[in-house]
Design a protein around this ligand. Structure first.
Ligand code: UDP
Ligand code: MG
Length: 308
């Protein structure tokens, strides 16, 4: 057993799910002919998660724990997991067992065949409601149309990468406003996808509200596409054409401009709306630039267990 797989798990208030996750995943991993380690990243949980992780780490030296000083978010937790992992293959999973551990053998089979990036694609998501499913398809449609990178629709934060790819991610993708899934799908290398059926959460509830998902989607669009910035150019061309049309109309009908207070008010509102929207978009890009420029850490580690 010279090959080793690291399973990276982000944990935020998952006290009710952790024991079961450890049991189920451990069972699958024990049957593999790979060595393994479980890297749990405690993302500032406010419940008993950390105590459970510590007790798991006490019992089992293959359990590594990296605990953040506060909640930094799922993205930060995943990159920390990659930073602290040491396996030849790294599998990222959620702690709530929505990503079935039974898929791990199939992932490793693909890895053994020489694939370096394995995206797990959801066929069904039992926990997500109709609204979440529709907005998610809409989001993928939009981002694939306006971005030059390709996003696998329904790809999840369940994926596996080789050590080589982990190194590339660690060295080159340290953005603060981030979307790991996007980088994973666009680093290149030999890629494979595996379908899986997302289970329902074992316990607790989703930390991603629709509002959080919305903000996250906007950030992703801004980070992976310059298209919104070009909207200003289109709006400019549109306004110019509108102006020309009004001039031509006025000259040909010799009636003066379409009369009325209402027309003017509507036009002013419309034009200002476009202008403010465009200023807002530029503002968003500046905010991201500012965040990147400040170069604050993606995460801060409080302490670790079983990590040399
Ligand atoms: N998570 C995290 N930090 C956060 C929110 C969530 O590490 O701020 C973890 C959470 O513990 C879980 C995973 O990210 O392991 C996915 O979260 P969740 O299941 O709430 O999202 P959903 O599956 O509903 O999209
Ligand atoms: Mg979940």
């Amino acid at each position: 057993m010279d090959r080793k797989v690291s399973v990276v798990v982000s944990v935020y208030n998952e006290e009710k799910a952790l024991e079961e996750f450890y049991r189920e995943t451990g069972k699958v991993l024990n049957e593999l002919d790979w060595d393994y380690e479980l890297v749990f990243v405690n993302d500032g949980s406010a419940d008993g998660s950390l105590a459970i992780l510590d007790s798991l780490a006490e019992r089992d030296s293959r359990v590594k724990v990296v605990s953040f000083s506060r909640n930094f978010g799922h993205e930060a937790a995943m990159i920390a997991g990659l930073d602290y992992s040491s396996g030849d293959a790294v599998v990222c999973m959620d702690a709530d067992l929505q990503h079935p551990p039974e898929c791990i053998p199939r992932i490793l089979e693909k890895m053994a065949q020489g694939y370096e990036v394995i995206s797990m694609v959801r066929t069904k998501n039992k926990s997500a409601g109709l609204v979440k499913n529709i907005t998610s398809s809409g989001f993928y449609w939009l981002i694939n149309h306006i971005s030059d990178v390709h996003f696998e629709p329904n790809a999840s934060d369940f994926f596996a990468v080789s050590r080589h790819v982990v190194q590339v991610l660690k060295d080159n993708y340290r953005e603060k406003v981030r979307f790991l899934r996007g980088y994973v799908q666009n680093v290149g290398f030999r890629k494979a996808t595996i379908e899986y059926e997302a289970r329902a959460r074992v316990a607790g509830e989703s930390k991603y509200s629709l509002k959080k998902l919305f903000i996250f989607s906007i950030n992703t669009i801004l980070c992976f596409s310059n298209m919104p910035l070009k909207l200003g150019i289109y709006a400019g061309i549109f306004s110019a054409l509108l102006g020309v049309a009004v001039i031509v109309y006025t000259l040909f009908t010799r009636q003066g401009a379409p009369s009325g207070y209402a027309t003017i008010v509507v036009l002013i509102c419309f034009m200002f709306a476009m202008m403010f929207a465009i200023i807002g978009i530029i503002g968003e890009y500046i905010a991201i630039l500012f965040t990147e420029l400040k170069d604050r850490p993606i995460y801060i580690v409080d302490r670790t267990r079983n990590v040399e």
